[in-house]
Design a protein around this ligand. Sequence first.
Ligand SMILES: Cc1cc2nc3c(=O)[nH]c(=O)nc-3n(C[C@H](O)[C@H](O)[C@H](O)COP(=O)(O)O)c2cc1C
Length: 297
Amino acid sequence: MLLDGRRRRAAAAASVEDLRRIARRRTPRAVFDYVDGGAEREVSLRRSREAFDRVEFRPSVLRDVSAIDISTTVLGASTRPPLVLGPTGFTRMLHHEGEIAVGRAARRARLPYALSTMGTTSPEDLAATAPGADHWFQLYLWRDRDRTHELINRARAAGFGTLVLTVDTPVPGARLRDVRNGMTIPPTLTLRTFLDGAVRPLVVVQHADHTPAGVRGVVLVRRHRGRARQPLDPSATVRDVRWLRETWPGKLIVKGLASVEDALSVVNAGAVAVVLSNHGGRQLDRAPTPSSSCPPW
Ligand SMILES: Cc1cc2nc3c(=O)[nH]c(=O)nc-3n(C[C@H](O)[C@H](O)[C@H](O)COP(=O)(O)O)c2cc1C
């Protein structure tokens, strides 16, 4: 019954904006804001939306469009439409199937999907539910390189052929909505989140274990005199890209760049591709908007 209701609501959504409205209504506020929010004053997030709205398509008319083929190749694999599903952490906070559902949808649409290190599904489980799919694994560099090594070995053994190293998170983004909502990573059940979950049905109470499956055993955020200490490595440099190039036998992509200089430096270190990104405005507020840095469409 509950599932039918969910399906009905999702089927009635005509756009991503409709889905966002449903999520806002149905999801505990802290969870919705974790997904919807950006860093600090959300200047980058706002500018990204505006830049996207400014994109224009100039139609060329009276062309035969009865058969349309928008397929392309991404790193040698054919993709149609030309999209890749990006990594998102803690996806099971929003829906109990989380990354598994995304992986299934990606396989159906024959799109690559990058499973996050902060994913709430393990690389092994994702691979098992969508065998043969072109899954990528998104990596954060831990201070503990042995753990990093262990994690990419697991991804490799599970059949992941592409590694996406995210480099725009030397320190956690200052997400003020999360601070105001008392949101912690990984989420913990406090009286406040419990009450919020009780008035908005779903998730937090139902699926309380949100420890990223890729990183079980790592203390993600340790509180020290009220300040969070994180295990991601702020001392990482381009030398680590070289190390990964030697360690990882598959394709290596570096995600989270904003300059030609940085792109050249990681390509020289062995990356086959880069992702121009400001992490959706979730990391460094006022970082440049990727779509306004692109050449005209
Ligand atoms: C809820 C949420 C969680 C995210 N988690 C991750 C993550 O774990 N790793 C990562 O590299 N990027 C993460 N991102 C950033 C996205 O992969 C992507 O970079 C962002 O949505 C903006 O898209 P763009 O890079 O195409 O501009 C997350 C984004 C959102 C909205």
